[in-house]
Design a protein around this ligand. Structure first.
Ligand code: SF4
Ligand code: SF4
Length: 180
Protein backbone atom coordinates (compact mmCIF):
# COMPACT_ATOMS: atom_id res chain seq x y z
CA UNK A 1 0.00 0.00 0.00
CA UNK A 2 1.49 3.41 -1.01
CA UNK A 3 2.21 5.93 1.79
CA UNK A 4 -0.80 8.03 2.68
CA UNK A 5 -0.57 11.88 2.95
CA UNK A 6 -0.59 13.21 6.50
CA UNK A 7 -3.28 15.82 7.11
CA UNK A 8 -2.29 18.32 9.80
CA UNK A 9 -4.91 20.30 11.60
CA UNK A 10 -4.38 24.04 10.96
CA UNK A 11 -5.38 26.25 13.87
CA UNK A 12 -6.89 29.64 13.01
CA UNK A 13 -4.36 32.43 13.77
CA UNK A 14 -5.05 34.70 16.71
CA UNK A 15 -5.67 38.43 16.32
CA UNK A 16 -2.25 39.30 17.77
CA UNK A 17 -0.30 36.98 15.49
CA UNK A 18 -2.19 38.31 12.49
CA UNK A 19 -1.09 41.89 13.20
CA UNK A 20 2.28 41.01 14.80
CA UNK A 21 4.32 42.33 11.86
CA UNK A 22 2.38 45.62 11.74
CA UNK A 23 2.75 46.15 15.49
CA UNK A 24 6.50 45.52 15.31
CA UNK A 25 6.88 47.98 12.43
CA UNK A 26 4.94 50.70 14.27
CA UNK A 27 6.94 50.08 17.47
CA UNK A 28 10.22 50.49 15.59
CA UNK A 29 8.93 53.67 13.90
CA UNK A 30 7.88 55.22 17.24
CA UNK A 31 11.20 54.21 18.84
CA UNK A 32 13.22 55.94 16.13
CA UNK A 33 10.92 58.97 16.03
CA UNK A 34 11.88 59.81 19.62
CA UNK A 35 15.53 58.78 19.22
CA UNK A 36 17.70 61.96 19.24
CA UNK A 37 20.36 60.05 17.27
CA UNK A 38 18.01 59.22 14.42
CA UNK A 39 19.65 59.66 11.07
CA UNK A 40 16.83 60.56 8.72
CA UNK A 41 18.05 62.43 5.67
CA UNK A 42 16.18 65.74 5.46
CA UNK A 43 16.09 65.77 1.67
CA UNK A 44 16.50 68.12 -0.20
CA UNK A 45 17.71 70.38 2.65
CA UNK A 46 20.41 67.75 3.09
CA UNK A 47 21.80 65.41 0.50
CA UNK A 48 24.24 62.52 0.53
CA UNK A 49 27.58 63.60 -0.84
CA UNK A 50 28.60 60.76 -3.11
CA UNK A 51 32.24 60.01 -3.74
CA UNK A 52 34.04 60.40 -7.05
CA UNK A 53 33.62 57.23 -9.03
CA UNK A 54 29.88 57.04 -8.30
CA UNK A 55 28.00 56.10 -11.46
CA UNK A 56 25.82 59.15 -11.83
CA UNK A 57 24.94 61.10 -14.93
CA UNK A 58 27.23 60.82 -17.92
CA UNK A 59 28.96 63.59 -19.84
CA UNK A 60 30.63 63.48 -23.25
CA UNK A 61 33.96 65.17 -24.00
CA UNK A 62 33.36 65.70 -27.69
CA UNK A 63 36.98 66.43 -28.60
CA UNK A 64 38.03 63.01 -27.30
CA UNK A 65 35.30 61.10 -29.13
CA UNK A 66 36.48 59.11 -32.16
CA UNK A 67 32.92 58.19 -33.22
CA UNK A 68 33.52 54.47 -32.86
CA UNK A 69 30.00 53.75 -31.57
CA UNK A 70 31.15 51.25 -28.93
CA UNK A 71 29.16 53.04 -26.21
CA UNK A 72 25.91 52.66 -28.13
CA UNK A 73 26.60 49.05 -29.09
CA UNK A 74 27.30 47.92 -25.52
CA UNK A 75 24.37 49.77 -23.91
CA UNK A 76 22.01 47.08 -22.51
CA UNK A 77 19.08 49.49 -22.22
CA UNK A 78 19.21 51.09 -25.68
CA UNK A 79 19.70 54.41 -23.90
CA UNK A 80 22.79 55.44 -25.83
CA UNK A 81 22.10 56.13 -29.49
CA UNK A 82 24.21 57.45 -32.37
CA UNK A 83 23.03 60.43 -34.37
CA UNK A 84 24.41 61.45 -37.76
CA UNK A 85 25.61 65.06 -37.94
CA UNK A 86 27.77 67.00 -40.39
CA UNK A 87 31.34 67.62 -39.27
CA UNK A 88 33.87 69.96 -40.85
CA UNK A 89 37.42 68.68 -40.59
CA UNK A 90 39.55 71.63 -39.34
CA UNK A 91 42.62 70.28 -41.19
CA UNK A 92 41.11 69.72 -44.64
CA UNK A 93 38.06 72.00 -44.41
CA UNK A 94 35.95 69.18 -45.83
CA UNK A 95 32.52 68.46 -44.40
CA UNK A 96 31.35 64.90 -43.92
CA UNK A 97 28.84 63.05 -41.80
CA UNK A 98 29.82 61.58 -38.44
CA UNK A 99 28.00 59.52 -35.84
CA UNK A 100 27.85 61.05 -32.37
CA UNK A 101 26.55 59.48 -29.16
CA UNK A 102 23.58 60.96 -27.29
CA UNK A 103 21.83 59.58 -24.24
CA UNK A 104 18.21 59.13 -23.21
CA UNK A 105 17.99 59.17 -19.43
CA UNK A 106 14.46 57.81 -19.54
CA UNK A 107 16.06 54.49 -20.45
CA UNK A 108 19.51 54.65 -18.80
CA UNK A 109 20.11 52.24 -15.90
CA UNK A 110 23.46 53.85 -14.95
CA UNK A 111 25.38 50.63 -15.39
CA UNK A 112 28.42 52.56 -16.65
CA UNK A 113 29.24 50.08 -19.45
CA UNK A 114 29.42 52.94 -21.97
CA UNK A 115 32.00 54.78 -19.84
CA UNK A 116 34.03 51.62 -19.26
CA UNK A 117 34.11 50.60 -22.92
CA UNK A 118 35.02 53.99 -24.39
CA UNK A 119 38.55 53.60 -25.78
CA UNK A 120 39.44 57.30 -25.46
CA UNK A 121 37.83 58.18 -22.09
CA UNK A 122 35.47 60.52 -23.86
CA UNK A 123 32.69 59.74 -21.37
CA UNK A 124 32.73 60.30 -17.62
CA UNK A 125 30.29 60.07 -14.73
CA UNK A 126 29.38 62.94 -12.44
CA UNK A 127 28.86 61.85 -8.81
CA UNK A 128 25.16 62.69 -8.46
CA UNK A 129 21.90 61.11 -9.48
CA UNK A 130 19.17 63.38 -8.16
CA UNK A 131 18.19 65.55 -11.10
CA UNK A 132 14.54 66.24 -11.84
CA UNK A 133 13.04 67.03 -15.20
CA UNK A 134 9.50 68.22 -15.83
CA UNK A 135 8.96 66.23 -19.02
CA UNK A 136 10.22 63.01 -20.57
CA UNK A 137 11.68 65.01 -23.45
CA UNK A 138 13.95 66.95 -21.09
CA UNK A 139 15.62 63.69 -20.07
CA UNK A 140 16.80 63.12 -23.63
CA UNK A 141 20.03 64.82 -24.67
CA UNK A 142 21.24 66.13 -27.98
CA UNK A 143 24.94 66.48 -28.75
CA UNK A 144 25.20 69.91 -27.15
CA UNK A 145 23.33 68.98 -23.99
CA UNK A 146 25.32 65.75 -23.62
CA UNK A 147 28.53 67.77 -23.23
CA UNK A 148 27.33 69.55 -20.08
CA UNK A 149 26.68 67.97 -16.68
CA UNK A 150 22.93 68.13 -15.93
CA UNK A 151 21.97 71.01 -13.65
CA UNK A 152 22.16 69.81 -10.07
CA UNK A 153 20.13 72.10 -7.83
CA UNK A 154 20.50 69.97 -4.73
CA UNK A 155 24.18 70.85 -4.38
CA UNK A 156 23.41 74.59 -4.47
CA UNK A 157 20.53 74.43 -2.00
CA UNK A 158 21.33 71.54 0.32
CA UNK A 159 23.82 70.60 3.04
CA UNK A 160 26.18 67.75 2.08
CA UNK A 161 26.17 64.83 4.53
CA UNK A 162 27.48 61.32 4.66
CA UNK A 163 26.59 58.27 6.75
CA UNK A 164 29.35 56.65 8.77
CA UNK A 165 29.26 53.65 11.07
CA UNK A 166 29.78 54.23 14.80
CA UNK A 167 30.43 51.22 17.06
CA UNK A 168 27.98 52.44 19.73
CA UNK A 169 25.41 54.42 17.81
CA UNK A 170 25.22 52.50 14.56
CA UNK A 171 24.78 54.59 11.43
CA UNK A 172 25.45 58.26 12.09
CA UNK A 173 24.89 61.18 9.76
CA UNK A 174 27.82 63.60 9.58
CA UNK A 175 28.19 66.86 7.76
CA UNK A 176 30.75 66.89 4.94
CA UNK A 177 32.94 69.97 4.93
CA UNK A 178 34.98 71.05 1.92
CA UNK A 179 35.76 67.57 0.72
CA UNK A 180 35.84 66.19 -2.80
S1 SF4 B 1 25.13 53.84 -18.27
FE1 SF4 B 1 24.50 51.83 -19.11
S2 SF4 B 1 22.33 52.09 -19.61
FE2 SF4 B 1 23.17 54.16 -19.36
S3 SF4 B 1 23.77 54.76 -21.42
FE3 SF4 B 1 25.59 53.86 -20.47
S4 SF4 B 1 25.54 51.69 -21.08
FE4 SF4 B 1 23.49 52.55 -21.47
S1 SF4 C 1 32.76 54.84 -27.15
FE1 SF4 C 1 33.73 56.83 -26.73
S2 SF4 C 1 34.85 57.31 -28.60
FE2 SF4 C 1 33.38 55.72 -29.13
S3 SF4 C 1 31.55 56.84 -29.85
FE3 SF4 C 1 31.27 56.45 -27.67
S4 SF4 C 1 32.04 58.31 -26.67
FE4 SF4 C 1 32.84 58.33 -28.76
Amino acid sequence: MPPQPVHKRVHPRGVFSRFKGNIEAITIGVKFFFNPERSTLIYPKEYIKLKDGYRGFIVLIKDKCINCGSCARICPAAAMKLIRLPFTDPKTGRTRMKLWPVINYNRCIFCGYCVDVCPTEALYHVPYHDVVWDTMEEAETDLEKFQKPPEWKTEKEGIPVRYVFDEKKGLVKVRVEGEE
